[in-house]
Design a protein around this ligand. Structure first.
Ligand code: C2E
Ligand code: CA
Ligand code: CA
Ligand code: CA
Length: 278
């Protein structure tokens, strides 16, 4: 794989399906990665659209592959999910994100939040909320600083259990964002039924704004929908000032994207925070 610089990665992997030797080899390496914790989190800032001030970071996992360098989540999360490794990786991610945030708070940095992605499989674990509570306590981090991102598709399965889990998270004080909004089921009823905090407009709708009138209409509708349901709106994939201006006009609450900052290692995120504060 070639190092693409700027903390990104590029890697070709064969399809994750089936039992091709290359996939088995990758599974073997991923098991070892879990044992040896060959992972790292990169942090991407989320800012308030109206003031430009930092709200928090989304924690995004990367695999420090022994031969291939930094491997992005799209290249191993599906394999981890199909091979029963996602829970172990998710636990590491949660603990590391909470530990890092607590360390930043201890350094007297702004009391920012961290968002952690939970895959559907993790969200379905019976003990997921107890696990989160335990990790927060262990890291000495108040629940209000943690945010969970769950895809719309994951929220649509097993309505009763979903409602229970979301209610338990709410009771704990952890907030929940619907990720990739608009790319999953078209039913909107769940927005009303579940205790949720934020809707994240998928980046596929943001990327061609403001040029693409259809996408502008979609982003506008989602931001308005969020507001009428008293949810906060987050736009991801914000790559330029024109998009930020559009979102400001629409009254979107939070924005995230390469145009603001790329996901970066903790040390760089710390530097970024210090620069913002100056
Ligand atoms: P996501 O949750 O939708 O995360 C946003 C993705 O968009 C990230 O890709 C981020 O680097 C990328 N991105 C951010 N700003 C821009 C932009 O302005 N333009 C473009 N084109 N892309 C942007 P990344 O880090 O490769 O993550 C991909 C996906 O992997 C995530 O999508 C999420 O679904 C999953 N993922 C990442 N970390 C974790 C994790 O710890 N656990 C689980 N279960 N899934 C994770
Ligand atoms: Ca996310
Ligand atoms: Ca997303
Ligand atoms: Ca995604």
């Amino acid at each position: 794989a070639k190092e693409a610089g700027r903390g990104s990665y590029s890697l070709y992997l064969p399809t994750m399906e089936g039992h091709a030797p290359a996939v088995l080899q990758q599974e073997h390496l991923l098991r070892r990665a879990v044992r040896e914790q060959q992972f790292v989190l990169h942090y991407q800032p989320q800012v308030r659209v109206d003031t430009g001030r930092l709200h928090g970071f989304e924690a995004l996992v990367r695999w420090q592959h022994p031969e291939q360098g930094l491997v992005g989540p799209d290249h191993f999360i599906p394999l981890a999910e199909s091979r029963g490794l996602i829970t172990a990786i998710g636990r590491w991610v949660l603990r590391e994100a909470c530990r890092q945030l607590r360390a930043w708070h201890d350094e007297g940095l702004p009391q920012v939040q961290v968002s952690v992605n939970l895959s559907a499989i993790e969200f379905r674990q019976r003990d997921v909320v107890a696990d989160i509570e335990h990790t927060l306590r262990e890291c000495g981090l108040a629940p209000r600083f943690l945010e969970i991102e769950i895809t719309e598709t994951a929220l649509m399965q097993h309505a009763d259990q979903t409602r229970e889990t979301l209610a338990a998270l709410r009771a704990l004080g952890v907030s929940v964002t619907v990720d990739d909004f608009g790319t999953g089921y078209s039913s909107l009823a769940y927005l009303k039924r579940y205790p949720l905090d934020k809707i994240k407009v998928d980046r596929s709708f943001v990327i061609d704004t403001p040029q693409d009138a259809d996408d502008v209409a979609i982003v506008t509708a989602v931001v308005q929908l969020a507001r009428s349901l008293q949810l906060q709106s987050v736009a991801e994939g914000v790559e330029n000032p024109e998009q930020l201006a559009l979102l400001r006009g629409l009254g979107c609450d939070l924005a995230q994207g390469y145009g603001i900052a790329r996901p970066m290692p903790a040390a760089q995120a710390l530097e970024w925070m210090r620069q913002q504060a100056r």
